[in-house]
Unconditional design. Structure first.
Lengths: 551, 322
């Protein structure tokens, strides 16, 4: 190694800057995910507590893919998504710099990609070659945007910001919660008092952060977890695999940055073809002089300019005479038409076929969060980021599998068996980046407001064959006790019944469908533990015109 | 690598393989032995500490103080002889409010936070070493403690709020007629003194939830099965925990749609704090505040017949102050 070339020092600083930026944005991102809680504690007054403290959905607000999708599916844009114009504008100046300087999914992919130090220089170079299959992401983007035009925000399954939010909130966090809770349980179970103090200390530090009261699970979340983990593991085989091959946001920024000001200046005279630039290129963007620079693939990671020992590479904002580049992907007409057609048929297929549910009518298990817009609009907007599921204090919201049809994959549904909708909580309605869940006031949930404004997410039904007072001559009123509305939606009728020759007074529960909000508290607390004697289904939800129950 | 298997190498490999398999099997057997077959470890405590301050308990005597929540609370305790009568310097004191629900004070589903603050201040003045405020809530605990206003006021006054985390429950033998082993919120029952601070409310099944029913809040596990025999289980709990003091918050009571209410129209301003060392007498008096008669509540008779207190309104001496 000789001494550093004249310009190299400067570019090394840029690379350090990029790394600092990645760590910074990842930290902010993780902080916001962990801060996605309602504020509780000694510092808060009774009357104005438990609101969302920060714009926890900030990374989704700046996501241009979400904005473009919602614009195409609804021809309107929620105000908060206008922040994403900043990122779109950044692409006009700096190309895909967002991918390698800001995107938290990109940073995680980048980090895992770096875990292969044993590779030879030759192997590294060969992994960073331009591949025709890199254009899959553009075709995927086109498909997804066309399906958005057909009214489906299925893009959320592939959107990297949604993916990483979901991945951390619904995969990493439950794992962390499980491990820390196990540790606390085990130390608490030990006989030693000093070890028990440790469990209290850990609980104190982790409560509300990773430790969730009553555990944390992601119902039908295995597929989601495996998908996220597979995306991370793929980096072991190809650096930034997802970013290069599949990322629709990267594709959108690549296309936007087609005429970006930032260019890579290559000096063929200085270049000794040592190949170092290629060895470290994170985007497989062909940085070596003598080849065509792939503008849309370059994520401006600054590796090539930082490692070039000959000063043969420079980034500059002005164009330069000898620029040889491919400014965008080489998309053939037939591929374009094909992917657009694919996007066009995805929606009809998803709406005319089902995997296992009967379809045709609202699914009983498709209980949407309070404030969710009507199903058709919901599917136009929900990008499956999982923020609502993360912030739910009762672990009640879970990613759907096919309860909302194929199209509704990973959209939020309430699973009362795992958790019920906390009566006065409106947190999920405060964090939705695409307004698929509209703001709801506490009064609309508890029935304390006027009837018209009341938000009902479903209705409870007594299963008389399983109910203790109905079928088994045994007193029980737990569902009525927990019913949070006033007057209560569960009414008790006193009967006296002969049970084995003795007369027993029983209070039998009845549901008043006009009062029930479908919160699921009754199902959650029913002492018939495996399959409750009272169940909640989506019937009667206020957002639906079809799923009405009462005249 | 060459494929030069010979006898020596075969034997070496076979020995390593066998050792590995036996190690794994042995470990599995030991794990099974330690975990699955051993009975679950429990702390067999049929009668926990009797929290009653010796010689200070007056069966069948209650103080009814009128006024705002904090003033009436202080007046009631002073009339009972002052907190120093019950708390010794250096004591660890548990204050057990009703923080069952994610409700604000005006809805009268939880104990008024001003009552808790007044009690904490009096315990601090009586030189208690540590004051714990705890309850196993029905709704999500952090929200209940915050929105009841109790978290803030208790900690500002010098108490520690202990959330009902899973690791804080231990199996205890309640030793009751129907309650056997149950998970119990252990910080609540391992202190020196126990002050029960219920609120007077309607309840669909037990009709009235007051002092004795409030003790449900130290239980964990699947306590929703207790409703199948609610009167006996309430009496069992009152037998299990005999509080140092019972301070009933009846400043604003819940008349309907209990125990969580939600509607201010369900509540009524009564403006009373009832303090006593006799939890049965407190419930016997207080149920009248929501329009019930002691005869409506079988658990009062059950508790009285076990000698836990006085359930006959005529035999209760009431001292009124304002």
């Amino acid at each position: 190694m000789g001494k550093k070339a004249g310009q190299q020092k400067k570019w090394l600083r840029f690379r350090v800057g990029r790394r600092i930026s990645q760590v910074l944005f990842l930290t902010i991102f993780l902080f916001l995910i962990f801060a996605t809680v309602g504020l509780t504690g000694a510092g808060f007054d009774a009357e104005n507590s438990a609101a969302v403290p920060y714009p926890v959905e900030a990374f989704l607000d700046v996501n241009p893919l979400a904005m473009v999708t919602v614009f195409l599916s609804t021809f309107s844009v929620p105000k908060t998504l206008l922040w994403s114009l900043i990122v779109l504008a950044s692409a006009v100046f700096f190309g895909r710099a967002f991918c390698s300087w800001v995107c938290p999914m990109g940073t995680l992919n980048h980090a895992v990609s770096e875990t292969k130090p044993s590779l030879t220089k030759k192997q590294k170079r060969s992994r960073n070659q331009v591949k025709p299959a890199h254009k899959i992401k553009y075709l995927l983007l086109i498909s997804l945007l066309v399906s958005a035009l057909f009214g489906s925000a299925i893009v959320g399954v592939f959107d990297p910001i949604s993916m990483v939010t979901r991945g951390i909130a619904l995969t990493v966090l439950p794992i962390a919660n499980y491990l820390v809770s196990e540790f606390i349980e085990r130390t608490a179970a030990s006989g030693s008092q000093s070890i028990q103090q440790l469990s209290d200390a850990v609980y104190g530090a982790a409560h509300g952060f990773v430790v969730h009261q009553g555990g944390l699970i992601t119902a039908s979340g295995t597929l989601l977890s495996l998908f996220f983990i597979a995306v991370l593991v793929a980096n072991r085989f190809v650096p930034r695999f997802w970013c290069r091959y599949a990322c629709p946001l990267g594709a959108l920024l690549g296309l936007t940055g087609r005429f970006s000001l930032l260019s890579l200046k290559k000096d063929e005279d200085k270049c000794t073809q040592c190949g170092k630039c290629e060895q470290f290129c994170s985007g497989a963007a062909s940085p070596m002089p003598g080849t065509n620079w792939e503008r849309a693939e370059c994520d401006v990671c600054m590796n090539c300019v930082a490692v070039c020992p000959e000063d043969a590479l420079q980034f500059g904002l002005a164009g330069w005479a000898g620029l040889t580049e491919n400014d965008g992907p080489d998309l053939r007409k037939r591929q374009l038409i094909g992917s657009a057609l694919a996007g066009a048929v995805i929606v009809p297929i998803a709406r005319t076929t089902t995997i296992s549910s009967p379809g045709g009518r609202p699914d009983p298990a498709c209980i949407r969060p309070p404030g969710a817009v009507a199903e058709e609009s919901f599917l136009e907007r929900c990008i499956r980021c999982g923020q609502c599921m993360k912030i739910c204090p009762n672990n009640a919201l879970h990613p759907a599998l096919d309860e909302a049809g194929v199209e509704g994959l990973w959209t939020p549904i309430l699973v009362p068996k795992v958790g019920y909708c906390e009566p006065t909580c409106t947190l999920c309605t405060q964090v939705c980046p695409t307004a698929a869940i509209k703001r709801v006031h506490e009064k609309q949930k508890t029935g304390a407001s006027s009837k018209g404004a009341m938000v009902r997410i479903g209705t409870a039904f007594i299963q008389r064959g399983r109910c203790l007072p109905w079928a088994m001559g045994t007193p029980c009123t737990v569902c009525e006790e927990f019913c949070p509305v006033s007057p209560k939606a569960i009414r008790l009728e006193r009967v006296t019944e002969q049970v084995n020759g003795t007369s027993v007074t029983l209070l039998r529960p009845y549901i008043d469908p006009a009062l029930c909000t479908g919160c699921g508290a009754c199902e959650y607390v029913c002492p018939v533990h495996d399959e409750a004697a009272v169940i909640v289904t989506s019937a009667g939800e206020t957002r639906s015109k079809q799923n009405k129950l009462l005249l | 690598m060459t494929n030069d298997w010979n006898r020596r190498r075969f034997l070496q490999r076979a020995a390593i393989g066998c050792a590995g398999i036996s190690a794994v099997t042995g470990a599995a057997l030991m794990a099974k032995d330690a975990g699955r077959d051993a009975p679950e470890s429990t702390e067999k405590v049929s009668q926990i500490r009797d929290f009653q301050a010796s010689g200070k308990s007056k069966s069948g005597f209650i103080v009814v103080a009128k006024g705002t929540p904090d003033v009436a609370t202080k007046k009631a305790i002073e009339t009972l002889g002052g907190m120093k009568q019950f708390i010794e310097p250096g004591d660890t004191v548990v204050i057990k409010p009703n923080v069952g629900w994610d409700r604000t004070p005006v809805q009268a589903a939880n104990t008024n936070p001003l009552v808790i603050r007044a009690l904490v201040e009096m315990c601090v003045a009586a030189k208690a070493k540590k004051i714990i405020v705890t309850d196993n809530t029905c709704n999500e605990p952090s929200r209940c403690f915050t929105r009841s206003g109790i978290w803030k006021m208790a900690e500002e006054a010098g108490a520690e709020v202990v959330l009902p985390a899973e690791h804080r429950f231990r199996n205890f033998d309640i030793g009751g007629v129907i309650l056997g082993q149950m998970p119990v919120l252990s910080p609540a029952v391992t202190a020196d003194k126990f002050i029960n601070v219920p609120i007077a409310k309607h309840h669909g099944l037990s009709k009235f939830t007051g002092a004795m029913k409030n003790l449900y809040g130290v239980l964990g596990g699947r306590r929703n099965r207790l409703h199948q025999n609610i009167d006996h289980s309430i009496a069992d709990l009152a037998d299990f925990i005999r509080p140092t003091l019972t301070v009933m918050d009846a400043t604003r009571v819940l008349l309907r749609n209990g125990p969580q209410g939600g509607n201010i129209q369900d509540t009524k301003e009564v403006g009373e704090i009832i303090a006593s060392t006799d939890q049965v007498a407190v419930d016997t008096y207080s149920c009248g505040l929501i329009g019930l008669s002691p005869a409506d509540l079988p658990y009062l008779r059950l508790a009285a017949s076990r000698g836990l207190g006085v359930a006959d309104l005529k035999k209760i001496r009431i001292k009124r102050v304002s």
